[in-house]
Design a protein around this ligand. Structure first.
Ligand SMILES: [Ca+2]
Length: 303
């Protein structure tokens, strides 16, 4: 049996106060094949070149992975309003990225050098900047700290909770971007099962320690390109705030890596478990956490 479940390893821990559902905790012993053998020796794990920060990969896992995928190469942000930087729209009292962000490698003038793979955490030793453009594959596998770094690299910042909620819910304070009645599938919220289980073809507990597998979000039916869910749009025109990828939030100054920091909105397999739609909030992870489901978008002051 595949389980419809949240993304995070911590959410499988019965001790987690937010996620003590025994069905989830028992996911690995529910009769599904515990096929650790297909995981091989772990050589399919993503690793990173310590010098260049570039992603490398071993001899592959069972989940097809294109280590060279650069789906955002050549994309560019558009200017939507003179009141905001490129890529952003007005939502309430701030500017917010119209789409979930992707990441470029940039020079000292914040100009794009190359696009980064949205299937690998951004490199620590290179300058990065957040971008927001239609048809991009949004960046997953990103920590809160790197999401903040990417926003700041673009002259922007992470959204505060109240800013993000206002943008998602609109002036009418809807539960979902499109209203108060849930319409499954209007946003990317209906992946059938757990994407790490389908990727690794195992429900062995070891799967849940491998949520950084770059192949997870390369499976069909997982993360959608920006703007491809036309009904998943807020009053002011922000896409995919509910579902697709979780979005890091930051209230106050940057915290230590070990501090718990929220992300909001749910992701492509769950927009219900920790709150409905815009109200979904995950609080179990620290600022350094990342997995395939963690994405972001930026905010900025109005001009
Ligand atoms: Ca989202």
């Amino acid at each position: 049996m595949l389980v419809a479940a949240p993304a995070c390893a911590a959410e499988y821990t019965a001790a987690d106060p937010e996620n003590d559902d025994p069905e989830i905790a028992d996911a690995a012993s529910d009769g599904a094949p515990s096929d650790a053998a297909v995981l091989g020796d772990g050589s399919g794990d993503a690793t990173r070149d310590a010098t260049t920060g570039d992603a490398t990969i071993g001899d592959g896992g069972v989940c097809p992975t294109d280590v060279n995928a650069r789906p955002n190469e050549g994309l560019a942000e558009q200017l939507y309003t003179a009141r905001c930087p490129a890529g952003m729209i007005v939502a309430g009292a701030v500017c917010i990225d119209r789409y979930e962000a992707y990441v470029d490698l940039v020079d000292a003038q914040r100009q794009t050098i190359a696009s980064w793979s949205p299937y690998y955490p951004p490199p620590k030793n290179k300058a990065i900047a957040a971008r927001s453009a239609p048809n991009a594959v949004p960046q997953g596998y990103i920590s809160g700290a790197d999401a903040l770094r990417a926003c700041e690299g673009a002259g922007k910042r992470l959204c505060a909770s109240d800013e993000w909620l206002r943008a998602c819910r609109g002036s009418a304070q809807y539960t979902y971007p499109y209203g108060n009645t849930k319409r499954p599938g209007v946003c990317n919220d209906s992946y059938p099962g757990h994407p790490a289980v389908t990727c690794l073809q195992s429900s062995d507990p070891s799967v849940f320690s491998r949520l950084d597998e770059p192949g997870i979000n390369q499976q069909a039916g997982t993360v959608d390109r920006a703007g491809t869910n036309p009904g998943c749009v807020t009053e002011e025109g922000a896409y995919d705030m509910m579902g697709n990828l979780h979005e890091w939030i930051l209230d106050g100054p940057p915290p230590p890596a070990t501090a718990a920091v929220d992300f909001r909105g749910g992701f492509y397999a769950d927009t219900t478990r920790n709150g409905e739609g815009c109200l979904y909030k995950t609080s179990a992870h620290n600022f350094a956490h990342y997995d395939y489901s963690t994405g972001f978008r930026c905010c900025a002051p109005l001009r």
